[in-house]
Design a protein around this ligand. Structure first.
Ligand code: VGL
Ligand code: ZN
Length: 202
């Protein structure tokens, strides 16, 4: 990697780790891997899924629907999730063992009630920016390396957007874990490969 490479640490939060509201199997296994490589990158950005308590991606907001069902939103199909990563809650906090001091920048996403944001770059309409692109470009970043949770949702969406924006994009699969809902992992891997994302490890 070069001076122009940023490490993007995606959503390593309690709710995505064992015991959390939307636990990803073995999710906490990424923590020591990520801690060990933070020093290797000149630019380090952490993301935090950060929802209001009545977020429209929560099944609890849709009468008669359960987590993991889908609904049609104005911006497309949305999976409904258990309530998770509510702003200011313990579940939204970074995993206690994650070294967060080296983060140059923490970017929060999914904070608007009516729209989810899996990607660190754009909300789920794929057009409303989070501001991360401008941050990376003004810091001279050309390549991004991604690790974190979950491989098939927030990591994949972020990687696909990064590639679409023209960043050289690598996903470190052994520093990620997946939700794997109805084939979502295989499909995310296919899409990333098709978009020219380099998949390493795993
Ligand atoms: C995520 C589902 C809902 C993720 C966030 O971080 O992959 N997945 N919110
Ligand atoms: Zn979320």
């Amino acid at each position: 990697m070069t001076d122009h490479t940023a490490l993007l640490v995606i959503d390593v939060q309690n709710d995505f780790c064992p015991g959390g509201a939307l636990a990803v199997a073995d999710g906490d296994a990424v923590v020591p891997r990520i801690n060990a490589m933070l020093g290797d990158y000149p630019v380090r950005v952490f993301t935090q899924d950060w929802h209001p308590a009545d977020h429209s991606s929560f099944a609890s907001q849709h009468e008669g629907l359960d987590p993991f069902q889908t609904v049609e939103m104005p911006y497309g199909t949305q999976v409904l999730w258990p309530d998770h990563c509510v702003q200011g809650s313990d579940g939204a906090a970074f995993h206690a063992d994650l070294h967060t001091d080296p983060a140059d920048m923490v970017i929060r996403k999914g904070f608007r009630r009516g729209i989810d944001s899996y990607s660190a770059f754009f909300e789920n309409d794929r057009t409303t920016p989070t501001g991360l692109e401008g941050y990376l470009r003004t810091r001279g970043v050309r390549d991004v390396v991604l690790a974190g949770l979950a491989t098939d949702f927030c990591v994949a969406y972020s990687a696909l957007d990064a590639a679409r924006l023209g960043f050289g994009t690598t996903v470190l699969l052994d520093a990620c874990r997946a939700i794997d809902l109805d084939g979502s992992l295989a499909s995310a891997l296919d899409q990333m490969r098709g978009a020219g994302v380099v998949l390493q490890g795993g």
